[in-house]
Design a binder for this molecule. Structure first.
Ligand code: HEC
Ligand code: HEC
Length: 411
């Protein structure tokens, strides 16, 4: 099986960046870049000119302790309140390979909108073709998360993004080089001035700053909201939004037999905790101790952050290092026996909700049917056709990669 992401990565390493940019993007002039002063869909502009998210979930009371799996639970605190211009500047930065040392990798190389903001790979590929040890999580609904990375090691989006930017195996940049290249671009200079006008708490005199770069990218990420799937319409009271099989799947998901909702708690489909569930590594990969490192606790050996399941049909393969090719395989893992995939001689303290649900083949199929209803990509932002650096925006899928191919990947 060749993943779509593998194809992308191969193409990336074959073509020199200059050739790519020469082929794919026309020469850029400053006038081409105008920041959107309207908030993205789902957001209202308040009197201060800031974008505030509204969702149907805001109608429900916070019920932190009122049990899990409830369809009308409210959402946790979210990041919003950014200027629309900051969100739009972040969109350009997100797709701009100028952010990497090689000029070849953008955030979108590993978090592509057409692949559920992941990359179709079990383990992502970074600078110079280096294969990383983990998979790229989706970026949908990161606005609500209180920790980042599979091992929950960062607490804010601003801190998180410095990981890939400066990791020698990922974008391999340095803070100094990043600032120099941004400020060498006349386009970016004017866009930063527009996004951070005098009076804005991040305003600076003349040149762009690192905190501005981090803020704009975080603002963009926080605009990626997916809360209007068929499941959501069902949750808000429109019973016909799901068919009988999907409703059965939802009921299994919420049942105390399967216990999925104990960890993948609606409406985000994560309780934002880390849990040891004992997933296997791909053949030949050593055991990843996960959050043990973050918290310095032996009990958390092999613990990973409970991932959201929103748009889960779009982000195969699954788990922290992509061991499972399909959603069906990922779901089946849970019913093969508690700890069945833990390597011999390794002691893991499995979470108590990992048990022996003995789900039937039919029940597994129904679970998969339900999970696919969590798809909502209506607020997918536009991929810029050109980016301010003049490099080729990473995001335009090569023509060889047809819609049909992607659809197949996504089903
Ligand atoms: C080379 C591929 C690659 C690039 C480039 C990349 N990422 Fe990632 N991203 C990953 C991988 C892999 C992880 C998970 C790493 C881990 O958990 O240790 C990740 C994790 C994340 C997370 C955490 C999500 C969560 O739910 O915990 C966010 C947010 C994120 N990336 C945003 C970005 C942004 C913004 C950029 C650009 C500045 C970027 N990434 C560039 C591969 C990449
Ligand atoms: C004890 C908490 C817990 C329970 C219960 C649980 N999960 Fe998970 N789930 C996790 C964690 C943690 C991960 C990530 C593990 C890893 O990457 O190794 C995960 C990963 C997944 C993934 C892959 C997500 C991705 O982005 O790769 C799917 C699909 C999934 N779970 C579905 C289910 C279903 C269906 C059930 C019920 C049968 C269930 N989970 C029960 C904690 C839980």
């Amino acid at each position: 099986v060749i993943w779509v992401g593998q194809l992308l990565a191969m193409l990336r390493s074959l073509l020199p960046p200059m050739l790519l940019s020469g082929l794919l993007s026309a020469p850029v002039s400053a006038a081409e870049f105008q920041l959107n002063d309207q908030c993205p869909p789902g957001f209202d502009k308040n009197a201060q000119g800031l974008c505030i998210l509204y969702t149907l979930y805001d109608q429900y009371d916070s019920i932190e302790d009122a049990g899990v799996g409830g369809l009308t639970s409210s959402l946790p605190r979210r990041r919003d309140g950014f200027r629309p211009e900051q969100i739009d500047l972040g969109r350009y930065l997100f797709f701009d390979p100028l952010l990497s040392a090689s000029g070849r990798l953008s955030c979108a190389s590993c978090h592509h909108p057409a692949l559920g903001f992941s990359d179709g790979l079990g383990r992502s590929v970074g600078a110079g073709g280096a294969q990383l040890s983990r998979s790229a999580p989706t970026l949908w609904n990161t606005a609500f998360l209180n920790s980042f990375f599979w091992d929950a090691r960062e607490k804010t989006l601003e801190l998180q993004l410095q990981g890939p930017l400066y990791n020698s195996r990922e974008m391999a940049n340095t803070p100094q080089q990043l600032l120099t290249s941004i400020n060498a671009s006349a386009n970016y200079q004017s866009l930063f001035a527009e996004a951070f006008p005098p009076g804005d708490s991040f305003a600076s005199a003349g040149t762009a700053t690192l905190p501005q770069i981090y803020r704009a990218i975080s603002a963009f990420e926080s605009s990626l909201i997916s809360l209007n799937s068929r499941y959501d319409r069902y949750a808000h009271g429109y019973h016909q939004a799901l068919n009988t099989r999907e409703i059965k799947g939802l009921n299994i998901f919420r049942s105390f037999v399967a216990r999925c909702a104990e960890c993948h708690q609606p409406p985000l489909f994560t309780n934002q905790q880390v849990a040891v569930i004992g997933t296997p590594e791909p053949p030949g990969m050593p055991l990843d101790v996960g959050a043990q490192t973050t918290y310095g606790s032996e009990r958390l050996k092999g613990a990973f952050k409970v991932p959201t399941l929103r748009n889960i049909g779009q982000t195969a393969p699954y788990m922290h290092s992509g061991r499972f090719a399909t959603l069906r395989d990922a779901v089946e893992f849970y019913t093969k026996g508690r700890g069945h995939a833990v390597p011999a001689g390794v002691v893991l303290e499995l979470h108590w909700h990992i048990n022996e649900p003995n789900l039937s083949e039919l029940e597994l199929d129904l679970l998969v049917d339900f999970l696919k209803t969590l798809r909502d990509e209506q607020f997918t932002p536009a991929i810029p056709s050109a980016v301010p650096s003049g490099l080729a925006p990473v995001g335009t899928l090569p023509a060889s990669m047809s819609r049909a191919g992607l659809e197949q990947h996504n089903n």
